[in-house]
Ligand binder design. Sequence first.
Ligand code: C2E
Ligand code: MG
Ligand code: MG
Length: 685
Amino acid sequence: MTDPTDTRDTGPRPGTPLWAYLTSTSVLGVIALTVCEVRLGLDSLGEAVTSVLFWMILLLVVLGELRPVMVSSSTLVGGTPTSTMFTFAVLMHSGLSVAVLVQATAVVISGLAHRRSLHRVTFNVAQVTIACLASALVLAAFRIMPTPDDSWTPGGPQDIPAILLAGGAYFAVRGLLVCWAVALHERRPLLRVVRASIGPQALVYGALLGLAPLVVVVLENAPGLVPLFVAPLAAVYFTATLSMRRDHQATHDGLTNLPNRKMLIVKTEEALDEAREDERVGLLLLDLDRFKEVNDTLGHPVGDRLLQIMAHRLTHSVRPKDVVARLGGDEFAVLLPQIRDAHAAREVASRLRVALTEPVRLEGMIFDLDASIGIALFPDDAPDFELLLQRADVAMYMAKEGRTGVEFYIAAKDRNSPERLGLLGDLRRAIDKNELELHYQPKVCLEDGQVEGVEALLRWFHPVRGPVLPVEFVPLAEQSYLMRELTQHVINLALDQAARWWHAGIEVPISVNISARDLLDSGLPDQLESGLARLGLPADAIHLEVTERILMTDQAYTADTIRTLSRLGIVLALDDFGTGYSSLVRLQRLPVSEVKIDASFVRRLGESEDDERIVRSIVDLVRSLGLTSVAEGVESGEIAALLREMGCHAGQGWWLAQPMTPAEATTWLRARLRLPAVIQEAQVI
Ligand code: C2E
Ligand code: MG
Ligand code: MG
């Protein structure tokens, strides 16, 4: 184990408990070291130092110190030096003084190689010396007191208890010394630190200390064979390194090397567990504004570089124990495990924002980005991770909408009741468990009855509540970070269905509903582009529908995604037209091809003259702009006839066809398209 302050340059502030602890341990250790060496005497020391065996062991121990076994990326206390095996062997064979001499020399060399500061090296020397001393005392209790002149070799099973206890003492003392430093440094309870690190470390220590008696036997009988022990050591080292790398990959983001969502959950839960009454835990959600523009105009490599720079700036703007994580795209989260109050959290947020808005010089250009930050605090705003993130997200969205930069979560402004939040949690599980389905409702040309496409409509059968309508949960998801996942899921389902249909000759476009919020997501066009390519589908296989309300949001944020989508050849339709108050100018500027007239006007066509006038003028307007009109909510033959007479191109509604399950839709489509009978049902559903 290594000093927890290894990664930092400055020592602890004098007078602090950590400083007092490190200093007293170091002094104690150095005294113990001096006493050991003095007791050994110059003669024995000289003798030991001139033997080849001594240098060989020293070399092995130094190598072990330089290459510690990292057992887990999340282990607080660093790695386990493989040198432990040889040190413990020397301790049993030649006694405390030689073991301590070898180990202390190796720690100093490794300290020099890693340019560690003096106080760290001293602490590390003290740590190993005290651990060796504890181990030697246990051996002495069994009357095993070897010296270089009077070495000891285990003789059989009767020695096993002594060896086990001595090895255990070494491990326990060394572990405790480091954990204590970590606990003081991070102001966490000692027991928790021990619990978090003991498991994986114990395993490696067990392997290393267990091999040590065999090293002693070889040392005594055939010292020349000792280097062969490097082989099992290398195996332990590489296995552990590999598993740690996997662990690291699973919990970190590949681009920025920051912790990912999974790791953030673990860290937040730890922080919530350990939070003291007079402190808060803060969760900040950050979203870069205008990042998309850079990514689109200059390409992904520049965008990636920019994200890396931002990640670097974020990590350097917080304290060492704060956690900066990347949640995906240009969304970052910062966990503040111990924060005094809301004021302090705002200070951190402002500092982060300043760090992010600092112009970036890249590829000879200067970029000015901005960020919106939402803050949620534990226990004030939420009792657990999911809710904290959700509330930080509400706050972030408010900061973005109001262009205020930093916002706190304010319950009064949150439209989520506990019941709705419960539903949101259920929805998240439903996505994970694949409980959501898409049903398909055809769009039919009113002139000739041709199928123009189908609209994918989300269906959720809740295990307790039964069927839940999209109007109940989609707006809820829209207010939260879950929308991104929901849309990704829906797009994947639609892509899979499109692949089944198109490859079976049913070439109808599937229209997917997306929310305005999805257009803020720079990942959407990528997901579509790669999905279509992967499945060998043309861009026309998927259309997108976005509600007219998009025209009322700030278009600076969505324009990029819309432009990219239209460049990919993805047809965009404006849904629920007539319910918002879009201006003609805005409609003209958007690259939409289709306008869907909202069902609320269409349904009452026969009854209300006002509605008839509205629909007629929309149809005229849409035609004059060169776009296609589709009437939603066509519930009767009379309405369909009226719409046709008005010049409305297509219709969608119960009278034409209900939303259908994939199997029903396949049968319906096949009948309408009069496909040859050779196409088997099994192929397409
Ligand atoms: P929308 O996009 O306007 O979808 C049309 C809605 O009208 C659907 O309701 C459909 O079942 C319903 N409908 C179809 N024919 C008739 C008819 O003749 N009369 C009447 N009165 N209604 C008819 P649904 O499936 O309940 O979906 C409601 C809304 O939820 C959708 O409105 C859409 O905005 C949203 N939604 C549905 N699926 C998704 C999705 O996968 N993602 C997103 N973001 N939103 C979705
Ligand atoms: Mg729609
Ligand atoms: Mg609609």
